[in-house]
Design a binder for this molecule. Structure first.
Ligand SMILES: [Fe+2]
Ligand SMILES: [Fe+2]
Length: 155
């Protein structure tokens, strides 16, 4: 494949990846809106307030990622990934933790993909989002009384 054809394929892959990230941001917004209000129990009141803050940050991420998709010539996705619900506080926090892990794995990969295409501004924006996702992960881990897990990087 010629260099320009390879670049074209890589850009298409980046758009698809970012649209998947956008669907994960929608999922996160919905989950945090729900969980921040549903979470009950004295032990969880601090984290419930924090989840409401996360919800707003996820909306900012969604807007930023949608902007990158549009800039790259794609159509931003409109579908969230599936949101799990639970009656149990700890289970809700575990769902969030798992989602944040996956989100971090994916953004780490996306930063590399954007850098490889010389899309440094997109990579920079994603790095800023990653900082907040890692804060989300560590807040959830703290609420669960565990060490923040290392999400690794997506293939
Ligand atoms: Fe996010
Ligand atoms: Fe997050």
């Amino acid at each position: 494949m010629s260099k320009s054809a390879e670049t074209k394929v890589a850009r298409k892959k980046l758009i698809e990846g970012l649209n998947d990230d956008l669907s994960r941001e929608y999922q996160a917004i919905i989950a945090y809106v729900n969980y921040s209000q549903v979470l009950k129990g004295a032990a969880y009141m601090n984290i419930a307030d924090e989840l409401a803050v996360h919800a707003k940050e996820e909306l900012d991420h969604a807007l930023a990622v949608a902007n990158h998709v549009d800039y790259l010539g794609g159509m931003p996705s409109v579908t969230p990934k599936l949101v799990k619900t639970s009656e149990k506080a700890e289970e809700m926090l575990r769902f969030d933790l798992e989602n944040e892990k996956e989100t971090i794995r994916q953004y780490r990969r996306r930063v590399k993909e954007a850098d490889a295409l010389n899309e440094f501004a997109i990579a920079e924006s994603l790095r800023g989002i990653l900082v907040q996702e890692q804060d989300h992960l560590s807040a959830l881990a703290t609420a669960l009384g565990i060490d923040p897990p290392n999400p690794g990087i997506a293939d």
